[in-house]
Design a protein around this ligand. Structure first.
Ligand SMILES: Nc1ncnc2c1ncn2[C@@H]1O[C@H](COP(=O)(O)OP(=O)(O)OP(=O)(O)O)[C@@H](O)[C@H]1O
Length: 246
């Protein structure tokens, strides 16, 4: 098996009384699509933000691409990792194209010609018409904004894409479309995706493996089939509910 692209070793994080992560260890492998599910406040976002150094562990160690992130330049690390959140957070005063190349521009990654090619390629990849490139975020639908958010996160050709409930704010039909699209993008780009969701169906549908969290602990990390067949705890069984049967 390939070396892990992300490793958490006995990571702990406490906020006052709240234990956000408790002795949290896992490996994510290159090209994997890992979904993360758990109750509200179970530490999912804390886990995700530790991968790009937005939150530092109190104890334990986080490695990304073989490097302890306590030792690396976090700005450079973040530019190598795509990150998209619910509500997207596009810059309202910038066009779609300007939003998309904002991060690569910071590091002077592309020539003007390469930038145009990257914008064209990514708009196609996320299923948007080319003529949207000149629009402002306020002139887009929620689903279109979400697609621009994904395109922007992929703009610097990251090896890792972090997605924090990216489809939480769109209607059910758009959500299903976006799910199909992100699966296709994952297949095409060989990018490692960590995807947080509240929706067990989404977690089972998208994940090569699913990480189930409760109260800062990793309760189970398994393929959707293994989760269905052998939930590790009553909590996992309850979370699976009717989905466990199909
Ligand atoms: N900056 C902070 N200050 C204090 N407590 C925090 C902070 N960030 C997170 N917490 C606490 O840490 C715990 C884990 O939070 P986290 O956001 O990681 O959970 P989550 O699983 O992503 O939740 P949700 O599904 O509601 O987004 C919670 O108890 C939360 O209240």
């Amino acid at each position: 098996m390939a070396a892990p692209i992300i490793t958490f070793e006995h990571v702990g994080k406490v906020y006052g009384e709240a234990e956000a992560l408790v002795d949290f260890s896992l490996n994510v492998f290159p090209g994997e699509f890992l979904t993360v599910i758990g109750t509200s406040g179970s530490g999912k976002t804390t886990f995700l933000k530790m991968i790009n150094g937005l939150i530092a562990p109190d104890s334990g160690r986080v490695e990304v691409e073989g490097e302890d992130i306590a030792q690396v330049d976090l700005i450079a690390l973040r530019r190598r990792i795509g990150y998209t959140i619910q509500g997207v957070g596009l810059f309202p005063h910038m066009t779609v194209a300007q939003n998309m190349v904002y991060v690569p521009d910071l590091s002077g990654l592309f020539s003007p010609e390469e930038k145009r090619a990257q914008i064209e390629r990514l708009l196609t990849l996320v299923g948007l018409e080319q003529d949207l490139a000149g629009r402002y975020p306020g002139e887009l639908s929620g689903g279109q904004r979400q697609r621009v958010g994904i395109a922007r996160a992929l703009a610097a050709n990251p090896h890792i894409l972090l997605m924090d409930e990216p489809f939480g704010a769109v209607d059910e039909i758009t959500r299903r479309r976006l799910q199909r699209e992100i699966k296709a993008i994952h297949g095409e780009l060989e990018v490692t995706i960590i995807f947080i969701t509240h929706d067990i169906r989404e977690a089972l549908k998208l994940g090569d493996r699913v990480a189930v969290m409760d109260e800062g602990c990793l309760v189970q990390l398994d393929t959707p089939e293994a989760l269905r067949q052998a939930p590790a705890t009553p909590f996992v069984a309850e979370l699976l509910g009717d989905e466990g049967n199909g």
